[in-house]
Design a protein around this ligand. Sequence first.
Ligand code: ZN
Length: 336
Amino acid sequence: MNNKMISFIEKMPKAELHLHIEGSLEPELKFRLAERNNLKLPYKNEEEMRAAYKFDDLPSFLAVYYEGMSVLITEEDFYDLTMAYLKKAKSQNVLYSEIFFDPQAHTSRGISFGTVIRGIRQAQIDGEKELGIKTQLIMCFLRDMSSDSAMETLMQALPYKELIIGVGLDSNELENPPVKFKSVFERAVKEGFKITMHCDVDQKNSIDHIRQCLDDIHVDRIDHGVNSLDDESLYKEIVKRGLGLTVCPISNNYVVADYKAKEIRIKLEKGMRVTVNSDDPAYFPGYMNENLIVVQKIESLSEEQMIELQRNAFNISWLNEDEKEKYLKLLNLYNS
Ligand SMILES: [Zn+2]
């Protein structure tokens, strides 16, 4: 890949739609928060911690991921976590980001819902004011917890409804299909939330899960959804509905030892609204630029295809139409 293409990707105006804020907790910040909260981490230094990030599938990643969250305790911790991500995103010309957070991973440790969302919210406000990066929040339920727990979390979120644009579903998919949460998501839709769900790559029932997202849950978007290509009727339906897919190449490479870059190219060629995102960049090392660059390199995508990925991202985002228009104009200007 030449330097011209790298520079084109780096300077391109970008939107990120699949980013877990807890997954952006870099070792350096983890140590700083542990110290502030008088917690002892089981690692001597950052190198030792990174060396412990050994995972080759979804469950082994999740074990390290949840352990890492123990340092997030106060509103200030959630503020610092979010601000660190926003600064990094801004440095990569991300102009807009939809950020996932996992309230149950915190409320189950005795941290209140309010502490989590107030800390994140203040960073969103300051990030927009100081860095010019716009963000919206998506609350995810942990699918390996019960649907009652998800419903309870939805109720806790209602007083903060205006601060949350959508509701998603993440964590371990094995034996935890979308339909397990049908009634919770029906209620979320009634409350005015947009809906998305993870259908991670090459899981045991990926195709069934994607089918349930379409037929039973009626999602507005699918996170990952790489396996929709494996079933012709499924991808045709996704194209027909204009549903967006938030794919995360470096994350894929950790989970199944394949960036799935080819699938991203094929999806672009089939007119699917596919996007590239960073997922958990502190654990699957690489933010937006690194993810875009790896896909471009493997599939030799053109500048126009790179622009198409970002056009898709702004188009499938949950911004209002005027805001979408504003960002798409910037992107067109960049491309001209
Ligand atoms: Zn994810």
